[in-house]
Design a protein around this ligand. Structure first.
Ligand SMILES: Cc1cc2nc3c(=O)[nH]c(=O)nc-3n(C[C@H](O)[C@H](O)[C@H](O)COP(=O)(O)OP(=O)(O)OC[C@H]3O[C@@H](n4cnc5c(N)ncnc54)[C@H](O)[C@@H]3O)c2cc1C
Length: 449
């Protein structure tokens, strides 16, 4: 098996150095932090992005690479439509081939009931001018005969949905951000905020203090640990999700597609990325106990989608022994694990390969050349927190992308940059407000598919 391409042994590509002051510090170099830094730089702000490990070392390189509008929460959809446009723009602004292709996304329906769920989502697409189409059994056969062989009741498909190669794309976006004035410091954890009279005056990092008036927390699976150390509580949990990349294989369907037991997309290297759609594993820790009541609606909606594991490996954000409080001059938990690199569930991935072989018997045996996993940060209502924190002036949060932050990354980054600058973000962000977890609101699961 080929090792995962980004690890803490990877050479530092963005070495700073750490300036002593800036306007905005962004914590986290995943797609959200990178895009926020990029759009802040475009707005003329001095911005420094701190990444404890390597740019895109965690979720942002480990995902399936689907850039999809299809199935989004209605409040995310307009931002995602914008993100689609921004991806195309950004791809032309880097000299790196990020593998961006408009190859469509298709969900196969195993029953008429499932097809109806897809049909119910369709008006959201229509309202935003997205080209999603519902296909009944005959329609599926006519449009995608290679998929219809699976005996599905129908499908929903969005031709304008795209894909890209995550571990190439996000560092390429970071390259644009640096070219446009952002400073990126890899191997530099943000330990704590420096607060004076409750307002941000700087950030304590492992390389010293940096003065700033604004901070954006985009720490993925680590965000709630960072925020909680400052009294800001978000019910964010992380689940393990595994992916396999196959040896070169010609799948008869060249877009991205998913059904109950599998998902796949073709890759720029001639292989395919395979995964078990709708399956993930939760390591139970103190945050899980605290947040589970808020996750009840999500668990009831999909009771078999989550497998519970007794405890996270040492040093994980919600491991039992992970420190929850520390000072700015103390080593923080973020320095303990530079790149979260969970062990993939190889057994599950083998079963996925069998499902894909059954659908496309003409392809023959599917062999993996690499397997990996990522920790998906998720919220109880499966939509992120994108908001300013009233209790700490100068603090903005962009996290909890709930398994679909890669595609929407440029859109969310653009919105977060506006929030920091106090400019109108151009979208209704009420659904993503921080206070929904404390103001007595019921957790509202959207029709996210
Ligand atoms: C297996 C899998 C499949 C997925 N498939 C898709 C898909 O097809 N399409 C899609 O849209 N989304 C997908 N996702 C989700 C998507 O990858 C994430 O939503 C997105 O990458 C989140 O980006 P982020 O920037 O919020 O977090 P991350 O990419 O996790 O980045 C956070 C970064 O912050 C750093 N950090 C944390 N704390 C600190 C600190 N204190 N100081 C410095 N640095 C810090 C971390 O090291 C990390 O690099 C998938 C995710 C996984 C794991």
């Amino acid at each position: 098996m080929i090792p995962f391409p980004i690890s803490e042994q990877s050479p530092v590509a963005f070495g700073g150095p750490l300036p002593s002051e800036t306007d905005v510090v962004v914590v986290g170099g995943g797609v959200i932090g990178v895009c926020t830094a990029l759009y802040l730089a475009r707005k003329g702000r001095r911005v420094v992005l701190l990444e404890k490990g390597r740019i895109a070392g965690e979720q942002s390189s480990r995902n399936w690479g689907w850039i999809r509008q299809q199935g989004r929460d209605p409040d995310e959809l307009p931002i995602m439509v914008e993100a689609n446009r921004l991806w195309t723009e950004l791809a032309s602004q880097t000299n790196v081939d990020i593998g961006l292709k408009r190859s469509g996304v298709t969900y196969l329906a195993e029953s008429e009931k499932e097809l109806q769920v897809y049909a119910d989502w369709l008006p959201h697409a229509t309202a935003q001018g997205v080209d999603t189409i519902l296909l009944d059994r005959a329609g599926l056969k006519a449009r995608f005969p290679e998929l219809a062989k699976g005996g599905y009741a129908g499908a929903i498909t969005t031709p304008s949905d795209m894909r890209a190669e995550p571990w190439v794309a996000v560092p390429a976006l970071a390259g644009i951000a640096v070219r446009e004035g952002a400073v990126i410091v890899e191997g530099c954890a943000a330990r704590k905020l420096d607060l004076e009279a409750g307002r941000i005056t700087g950030v304590f990092t492992e390389a010293g203090r940096i003065a700033c008036s604004d901070v954006v927390v985009a720490g993925g699976a680590w965000s709630s640990l960072f925020l909680r150390a400052h009294g800001v509580s978000i019910p964010q949990l992380s689940v393990r999700a595994s992916v396999g990349a196959t040896e070169p294989v010609h799948l008869p369907h060249q877009g991205a597609a998913g059904a109950g037991k599998f998902s796949f997309r073709t890759r720029a290297d001639g292989g395919a990325s395979l995964a078990a759609g709708g399956f993930h594993e939760l390591f139970v820790g103190p945050d899980a106990f605290r947040a589970l009541p808020k996750f009840r609606a999500q668990l009831m909606a999909d009771p078999f989608g989550t497998r519970f594991l007794p405890a996270a490996p040492k040093g994980y954000p919600d491991a039992w022994g992970t420190k929850r409080q520390w000072d700015g001059d103390e080593v923080s938990p973020f320095e303990g694990i530079r790149v979260l690199n969970p062990k993939p569930n190889a057994g599950k991935l083998r079963k996925v390969a069998v499902e894909v072989e059954k659908l496309f018997p003409e392809v023959g045996p599917i062999r993996y050349r690499a397997m990996w996993a990522g920790m998906i940060d998720t919220m109880p209502d499966v939509v992120p927190v994108v908001d300013r924190v009233d209790a700490i002036p100068g603090l903005t949060v962009g996290t909890g992308m709930s398994g679909h932050g890669f595609g929407i990354g440029p859109g969310m980054g653009r919105v977060l940059a506006d929030l920091v600058c106090g400019d109108a973000p151009g979208h209704d962000l009420r659904r993503f407000r921080l206070s929904r977890f404390s103001d007595g609101s019921a957790m509202e699961l959207g029709p996210a598919l």
